[in-house]
Structure formats: structure tokens, C-alpha cells
Design a protein around this ligand. Structure first.
Ligand SMILES: [Zn+2]
Ligand SMILES: [Zn+2]
Ligand SMILES: [Zn+2]
Ligand SMILES: [Zn+2]
Ligand SMILES: [Zn+2]
Ligand SMILES: [Zn+2]
Length: 250
């Protein structure tokens, strides 16, 4: 008798898209890309209710704050835009140097753009091959004109991009693929607040800040689960992406 259960899942609206969205549980093998962050759609997500429409969003991307302040760009707030504000409908991320076609945290004054995934990278990172924790820095630690080489892949990291760095050893890596190791070990005893955490709004004052921090923390928690789930696939994807990107630049 229970053959025709009407769908009770409510749909939601998001200003990034004209049609209502509905909860969607993606599988790793779907190989879907989130229309917001341009990364693999794994875990809790939303899909456009129109069957002909390939619009997908991570739940975390649906909940991103419209505006935030970020240490990397202290003078202006960054505004979440749902599509790149440029004629070519893509942008180059000022954190990782890769291109983006979905959401961007943008400063319109400076034409500064950061992927939503890059904006939430933790301020410190532990790398398997390095004894000390690495700190996220927002430009080359070297004087102008000197070239910084990633200590993992040995490729150049352009001056203005973010990197993970140990000052003691002058050891640094690319923001993403070269440091994709254990991100913030789970802390024993307690829920690892505090240190290592999140660089967004550090020292900020409004309650909005802690809300955001909590949100990003939850997001990272989820990301960590996703990463644990499918680290290999993620890596392969990133590699593929950067290769594609390089090809594009040639
Ligand atoms: Zn996303
Ligand atoms: Zn749609
Ligand atoms: Zn980026
Ligand atoms: Zn600016
Ligand atoms: Zn590298
Ligand atoms: Zn070191």
C-alpha cells in the first residue's frame, strides 16, 4: 500500500540559482563537481529540482556567509559572488593560482579572488615529511625577485600565492596537493578548539565571527570525513585539474 510515497523532502532556494534545490546524497563514483566550489561533490549536498539542470551544491557551500574578513586581505572585506565578475566568466584564485568558475570570495576594489575552498584552509598544517607544523602565509617569504620552490614538488610557487611554510627551516609547500596530509590531527580529550584552527576572522569582534568560525569548522569536519573517505580520488582530481590548468596556460 505504501507504493506511492509523495516526496516530503522540502526544497530550498538559494540566491545562486533560479530553481529550487533539494537535498542530494552524492556518491564518490558520481564524479560530480560542485557548482559552487568547483570541487568534488561528496557528502551532504543539494541538487536542482529540475531534472534537466546540472546544478549541485555542497551543503557547506549553500551555507557560506555572504561576506567575511580574511587575514590574507586585511584592508577590505571579501564578498561571496555566485559567479565570477569578469567577462570571461572565470577567475584565477589569488590563493592557489588555479582557475575558478563557480563561487568566489571577491574584493571588487582589488579584483582579488579566492576559491571558497581556499578561504577555509586551516592556518596550520602538519606535513608528514616535515617535523614542524607549517603555517599558512599569503605570499612568498622571500624578497622580491627571488623564486620560491616548493619543497615537495620542486616547482616554483609564484610570489603572490599562498603557501604552507616553516620559517625555522625555510621549508614551504604549495597550498593544496603538496600538503594534502593529515590536516589538524584530531585532538585527544576535547574538541580541538583554539590553536591550529581557522584563520578567518582571527581577532575579530562581532558574533558573526564566531558563527562563521563554527560554520567553517563544521565544514572542515565534514571535509575531513570526505577526505578520509576518498583521499586518493580527491588527489587524482586535483592533479588532473592542475594539469588541465597548466595546459590552458601554455
Ligand atoms: Zn562546494
Ligand atoms: Zn536548475
Ligand atoms: Zn584557490
Ligand atoms: Zn581589496
Ligand atoms: Zn608543490
Ligand atoms: Zn621546520
Amino acid at each position: 500500500m505504501a507504493s506511492r510515497k509523495p516526496s516530503t523532502r522540502p526544497s530550498v532556494r538559494h540566491p545562486s540559482h533560479n530553481h529550487p534545490l533539494r537535498g542530494y546524497k552524492s556518491q564518490a563514483e558520481d564524479e560530480i563537481i560542485c557548482s559552487g566550489c568547483d570541487l568534488d561533490l561528496i557528502g551532504a549536498a543539494f541538487k536542482c529540482t529540475k531534472s534537466e539542470c546540472d546544478y549541485f551544491l555542497h551543503k557547506s557551500c549553500l551555507e557560506l556567509p555572504r561576506e567575511l574578513r580574511h587575514k590574507s586581505h586585511p584592508n577590505h572585506p571579501l564578498t561571496l559572488l555566485y559567479s565570477p565578475p569578469y567577462v570571461q566568466s572565470s577567475y584565477t584564485c589569488d590563493a592557489c593560482g588555479e582557475y575558478g568558475s563557480g563561487f568566489t570570495y571577491n574584493c571588487s576594489i582589488c579584483q582579488y579572488d579566492v576559491h571558497v575552498g581556499c578561504v577555509s584552509m586551516p592556518e596550520t598544517m602538519k606535513h608528514d615529511e616535515h617535523a614542524h607544523p607549517l603555517t599558512l602565509i599569503y605570499s612568498s617569504p622571500l624578497q622580491k625577485g627571488r623564486i620560491f620552490e616548493c619543497d615537495v614538488c620542486k616547482e616554483t610557487i609564484p610570489d603572490h600565492l599562498w603557501l604552507y611554510y616553516c620559517q625555522k627551516c625555510d621549508y614551504g609547500t604549495h597550498l593544496h596537493s603538496c600538503v594534502a596530509e593529515e590536516e589538524e590531527e584530531p585532538k585527544r580529550g576535547g574538541k580541538g578548539e583554539g590553536s591550529g584552527g581557522n584563520n578567518v576572522m582571527r581577532g575579530g569582534k562581532s558574533s558573526e565571527n564566531s558563527e562563521l568560525a563554527a560554520m567553517l569548522k563544521a565544514q572542515r569536519e565534514m571535509e575531513r570525513m570526505q577526505i578520509a573517505l576518498d583521499l586518493e580520488m580527491q588527489r587524482a582530481k586535483i592533479d588532473k585539474k592542475s594539469r588541465k590548468h597548466m595546459l590552458k596556460m601554455i
